[in-house]
Design a protein around this ligand. Structure first.
Ligand code: HEM
Length: 470
């Protein structure tokens, strides 16, 4: 059979030893030698690595149905109710039903619009905090604030309350441990007889503890909502209310039980926290690194605000340059450098290569968005490339797919963009920013990214804010 080109592998571990610290960068170097469709082996599991827009189109569009499954991993099962959520559920009727709940009831444009007040209130609180730091000439940890505001917004829209103060500390720790357990690399997933190593290290026991703690929290939240007699009318305040209403009225034509409600709530945390905060950190990083672009964006914001202190959500539709900055950041720093893996349900031919059923498929989102065949000066941060340019980020243009595409594409695009743009617009409108070391700080600014599913900055972004006097 004509298999895709592969780098040489070792017995038992296959190519695992070659992954390096940042696999998206390793895959780009390997693709230069082995081509845009190459096959690696993680232990005994064949893994197809895709590194061109044309090949990505084959997976995400032409053969989307065949590649609509996700790998089932033991840590996902432990952490997310045996894969009952949208992101890890196997492709099939169950997944179709719960995805429709996400798309139509939790993350639709109408619902996202109805959450506007939450976003604007949280932005107001964030600006007050920055003003406080600024008045004392203290540096602002932008990475930390980005993480706090995205978590606070998700907590309010999903659970109806924030976890700040003392309860906030415990919640933040829990969320961090949850995300770490979810994105951990588990050797036993690829070399089954080595799974004992993960057992002995205590990983599964810790993951079970985290899952139990999160479950207890979600149970309390759902019970509170039931006791408040909400969820029986159409006055949905938050996602728990919406889900309880769907459960009560059986309005979807299929029953949803308590586990489904909790799994869907977990998806909001998996999808809607680290992703958006990573985007915000990189946007601010690039703007601080490029003072001319920052100035141009501030001019747009100040023109649109017309003397008002706050940028509102209405203003955003007049901010084309802001939208270009967001797209350019998603291109250079996609929160998922490698798209969430897929699995093919049957044998298939791809550009003449035989791909065995059950192959894991990884699309190198990061390298495709920097491919010089599709982009001029791809390593440069140039938002102008998106002005008067119809390239979209929702999966129609395969040269830019930060949210994936096709059946398993991200249902949270509208939510993510809404939560991101309003924060960014106000950060740059209300303050001027510079690194503590000024021009010297720029030369030494760390631009490396973290290991894991989501590419955060490796070191927090810290900058000085001066209120805008204009
Ligand atoms: C900047 C923010 C975000 C980025 C970059 C992002 C990116 C992605 C990507 C790359 C995928 C995989 C798509 C594929 O396989 O083709 C995905 C799936 C998903 N995302 Fe997002 N996402 C973001 C925000 C959100 C938000 C805010 C939510 C929910 C509140 C969310 C919920 C989900 C879910 C549930 C899936 C699984 C879909 C499925 O398997 O059918 N995401 N996201």
């Amino acid at each position: 059979k004509n298999l895709p080109p592969s780098p040489p592998k070792l017995p038992i571990i296959g190519n695992l030893h070659q992954l390096g610290r940042l696999p998206h960068r390793t895959f780009l170097s390997l693709a230069k030698k082995y081509g845009p469709i190459m096959q690696l082996h993680f232990g005994s599991v064949p893994v197809l690595v895709i590194s061109s827009a044309d090949a990505a189109r084959e997976i995400l569009k032409t053969h989307d149905l065949v590649f609509a499954n996700r790998p089932q991993k033991k840590n996902y099962k432990i952490l997310i109710y045996d894969c009952k959520d949208v992101s890890t559920a196997p492709y099939g009727e169950y997944w179709r039903q719960i995805k429709s709940i996400s798309v139509l009831h939790l993350l639709s444009a109408k619902r996202v619009q109805s959450l506007r007040a939450v976003r604007e209130e949280e932005v107001g609180l964030m600006m007050e905090k920055i003003k406080h730091y600024s008045s004392k000439s203290l540096p602002v940890n932008i990475s930390e604030l980005a993480s706090k505001i995205t978590n606070d917004i998700v907590c309010r829209v999903a659970l109806g309350r924030k976890y700040d103060g003392e309860s906030g500390k415990g919640f933040k720790k829990l969320l961090r441990e949850f995300n770490e357990s979810l994105s951990a690399f588990i050797v036993g997933a690829y070399v089954p007889w080595l799974d004992w190593v993960t057992h002995v290290s205590g990983f599964y026991a810790r993951a079970k503890k985290v899952a139990k703690q999160f479950d207890e929290l979600l149970e309390d939240v759902v019970e509170d909502h039931i006791n408040r007699q909400k969820g029986v009318n159409e006055d949905h305040d938050d996602f728990v209310d919406v889900l309880l209403w769907i459960q009560k009225t059986e309005s979807l034509g299929f029953p949803i039980d308590r586990t489904i409600i909790k799994a869907l709530l977990l998806d909001m945390f998996i999808g809607g926290t680290d992703t958006i905060s990573s985007l915000l950190e990189w946007e601010m990083t690039e703007l601080i690194r490029h003072p001319n672009i920052m100035k141009k964006l501030q001019e747009e914001a100040r023109l649109v605000a017309n003397g008002r202190k706050h940028i509102t959500e209405e203003d955003l539709s007049h901010m084309n340059y802001l939208k270009a900055v967001v797209k350019e950041t998603l291109r250079l720093h996609p929160p998922f450098p490698l798209l969430v893996p897929r699995v093919n349900t049957q044998d298939i031919k791809l550009n003449g290569y035989h791909i065995k059923a059950g192959t894991h498929v990884i699309i190198n989102n990061w390298s495709i968005a920097r491919d010089p065949t599709n982009w001029n000066q791809p390593e440069e941060f140039k938002p102008e490339r998106f002005l008067n340019n119809p390239i979209d980020i929702k999966g129609n243009d395969l040269i830019l797919t930060p949210f994936g595409a096709g059946r398993r594409g991200c249902p949270g695009v509208v939510y993510a963009i809404a939560a991101n743009e309003i924060v960014l617009a106000n950060l740059i409108h209300q303050f001027d920013w510079e690194l503590p070391g000024g021009a010297k700080g720029l030369e030494t600014l760390d631009m490396s990214e973290t290991i894991g599913f989501i590419a955060h900055r490796n070191t927090p972004l810290v900058a000085l804010a001066t209120p805008n006097k204009k």
